[in-house]
Design a protein around this ligand. Sequence first.
Ligand code: NAD
Ligand code: G6P
Ligand code: MN
Ligand code: MN
Length: 432
Amino acid sequence: GLKIATIGGGSSYTPELIEGFIKRMDVLPVKDLYLVDIPEGQEKLNIVTAFAKRMVEKAGADLRIHATTDREEALKDADFVTTQFRAGLLDSRIRDEHIPLRYHKIGQETTGAGGFANALRSVPVALDIAHDMERLCPNAWLINFANPSGLLTEAVLNHTNIRAIGLCNCPINMINDMSQKFSCSADDLFLDFVGINHLIWAQKVLLHGKDVTAEAIEKICDASSKEIMANIPEVHYSPEFLRSLGMIPVSYLKYYYLQPQMLEECLADSKSKGVRGEVVKSVESELFTLYQDTDLKEKPEQLARRGGARYSDAACSLIDSIYNNKKDIQVVNVMNSGCNLDLPENAVIERNCVIDSNGAHPIQIGHTPLKIRGLLQNVKVYEQLTIQAAIYGDRDAALQALTIHPLVNSAETARLMLNDILSENQAFLPNF
Ligand code: NAD
Ligand code: G6P
Ligand code: MN
Ligand code: MN
């Protein structure tokens, strides 16, 4: 049987993962699942573990759940390691989202200045985990969910010897949304994705192999088409814009294409209900109250209020296809290696890949359309400078990264925000 270690096991999302493994018990024989957390997360870990055990028992699954704060015990001889840690905990996310707003910039935990601060804290943690894996389970796969997901995967692949694949639930949610819009099954569709994590476009939509991209765009132009990610404000593009783009943009692209409107939404929300991290705090406390009900033995529907809904479909399908050498196609974060000719070879991209027991093999893209190339290259360069800043404590790289980010675009604002970010995160930045 398989041994899996999940780092950040106290997450309120963990029941999704458990459900995913239970569903696949006949094809994916997971024997031991280690939920790993830090002492600060012990209380959440205990609640989630007790609930997970009830889920497993009810399903009659032959899966042993272990809770530990000893990462080494969990990593030793593991087959797969999944990561869902939040470096600095939710309070750091709330700070990440507030700091940019003070300067009239978008506060978001994965893109812009908020995502930058999150990256500075998270890169050292991801590298630590991968270095432990080099000693304790050198052949294991690292399946990363922690954000910023693509950036962390790139840091691990370029700076350790561990085989890593990054995940996001956005592609699956986009496919599901389209299947509802076309009243078909998700398997009938193929969305041809190009880009990087939280910055992807579906260049083409195929239904039973037939190009229906133009119809798909009309469907998202429709005023009744709703925002699909629970964590992103409901703001709409003009049909003119979407038709001229000719592709389906991931929800996160609204922060770039509709920057002023999204900033207004973020500012208004921060005054009325708090930044997203503050909203999540109350959703989370509600979830943990539910999880403590000993009658609860299945994932509650309230979990859908978190933005990460369906993430376990991505994680468990990926593990299934690697373990069973399935050679099916999934959208994951992998090394570019010449797939996208407009991005560096050593950049991580989010792309449709064939998944087999040797990992994820991206389907060749070639060049990208001119209309998306500049933004894509700009944000990738920002990511590469940010990785350099995080690993080497390089303040010059940090300032340049933040300055060129399209959601900042100002040397002076970047300088002031960087001072705030570094001073408010001192405890979490060992390299600075
Ligand atoms: P959370 O705040 O519940 O954190 C999860 C757990 O990580 C907590 O119990 C915390 O104690 C623990 N933790 C913090 N530092 C740790 C460390 N060094 N080692 C081990 N555990 C540690 O977070 P969440 O809202 O459940 O999200 C978890 C992560 O997953 C975040 O990084 C989030 O951005 C990410 N996420 C990604 C996607 C995606 O699409 N890639 C979807 C959902 C969530
Ligand atoms: C989406 C993104 C994730 C992100 C999450 C935030 O699912 O793909 O990368 O972590 O939303 O959701 P939250 O409920 O934490 O705001
Ligand atoms: Mn994501
Ligand atoms: Mn506040």
